[in-house]
Design a protein around this ligand. Structure first.
Ligand code: ADP
Ligand code: MG
Length: 343
């Protein structure tokens, strides 16, 4: 439950980080996150965003995770900023022991959550392209920074927040899901954001992006972030499958979403393809993650909130069959067929 003022300890941490008195701060809760308390904090004519990791996530199932993930998010955002500049959320100050970070405030008048924009049918292909470029740049940096492998040895966190609730939880139900789990827990390939989804991206009218919420950052499977984002976009694309009465607006935004998915993938692939290091995830791995994620968002601990049960049934059948019997295609071919409804 979100309270309208945070507890005094938290207020004290924020006041100390901002070097003001707690009574000088005005707090307003933000909604949208399940793993953290997020507040807008106003003081002396300025605004910041205060984020504190919760020990227990706000979802129906019991789901606990260490609060040190707040400090991991700060480290990811700080490194990402050296690579993709202001496209990564800006950390103003943080207290790793308290699990609290203060971020630059992105005002809702200017910045919109990309998930909300997509669900409203506003699909900006520039955002998808920028995300592909950004992820490709980050993976390029990771390929050239071997120390990252030890700096982000966060496999326990990644296991608690991603592998377990999303994939291991449903592994017994789907053929080859155990292989996906095995790959995710053993691969040490690149710096993974870990929650690279539309809800963790803010966008403005010019197509600029701010990437947030890197609590699950780890040095892990290169297929994870691109597969994860792609699955989120395909799930939104699936909203228009059912029902005879589909508005022109819904159809147009579905087409735009199809273009955006391909745009993301092409920009990611082309950005990584420009470097000599071999860092591209194998196509089959990315496809596995896409399919496993589609299933996880239907049957895992953090289920999708915008698909009908008929749409979910259809996706489950399609994704589980494809996961069980992989087809030898590139990611691009896979996406083209999926989006055209040819698989
Ligand atoms: N710095 C910020 N400025 C404005 N809004 C923000 C900021 N950080 C987060 N938000 C909003 O709050 C939501 C939850 O934040 P997020 O960091 O994703 O937390 P959680 O880990 O709980 O998902 C985001 O989806 C975004 O809409
Ligand atoms: Mg989030």
């Amino acid at each position: 439950m979100v309270h309208t003022t945070p507890d005094p300890d938290f207020q004290g941490v924020v006041a100390r980080l901002l070097r003001v008195q707690p009574e000088d701060l005005a707090f307003a809760p933000l909604t949208g996150g399940v793993s953290s308390d997020i507040w807008r904090v106003d003081y002396a004519g300025r605004t910041v965003c205060a984020k504190r990791a919760l020990p227990r996530l706000r979802v129906k199932a019991l789901w606990e995770a260490p609060v040190r993930r707040n400090a991991e998010e700060v480290r990811w955002l700080t490194i990402a900023r050296t690579c993709i500049g202001e496209q990564a959320g800006h950390v103003i100050a943080h207290d790793p022991d308290a699990g609290v970070a203060l971020l630059e405030w992105y005002p809702p008048e200017q910045w919109r959550n990309w998930k909300e924009a997509l669900l409203a049918g506003n699909v900006d292909a520039r955002v998808a392209a920028a995300l592909g470029e950004a992820l490709g740049s980050l993976n390029t940096l990771a390929a050239r920074t071997p120390a990252m492998a030890t700096e982000f040895a966060n496999h326990e966190l990644f296991d608690a927040l991603r592998v377990d609730p999303f994939f291991r939880h449903i592994a017994h139900r789907y053929a080859r899901m155990p292989d996906v789990v095995e790959h995710l827990v053993t691969a040490r390939e690149t710096l993974v954001h870990g929650d690279f989804s539309p809800k963790n991206v803010l966008v403005d009218r010019d197509g600029a992006i701010r990437i947030l919420d890197a609590e699950t950052a780890t040095f892990g499977a290169a297929a994870f972030d691109p597969g994860y984002l792609t699955a989120h976009l395909l799930l939104k694309h699936a909203r228009v499958w059912e029902g005879a009465q589909v508005s022109d607006h819904a159809l147009a935004s579905q087409q735009a979403l199809a273009a955006a998915v391909l745009n993301f993938w092409q920009h990611f692939r082309d950005r990584l393809g420009r470097i000599p290091e071999k860092t591209m995830p194998a196509d089959g791995r990315v496809i596995d993650i896409i399919l496993a994620m589609v299933l996880a968002r239907i049957d895992g601990k953090s289920p999708v909130d915008y698909l009908t049960s008929a749409q979910q049934d259809r996706l489950r059948d399609q994704a589980s069959a494809l996961l069980a019997s992989p087809i030898a295609v590139t990611v691009e071919q896979f996406l083209e067929r999926w989006l055209d409804n040819r698989i």
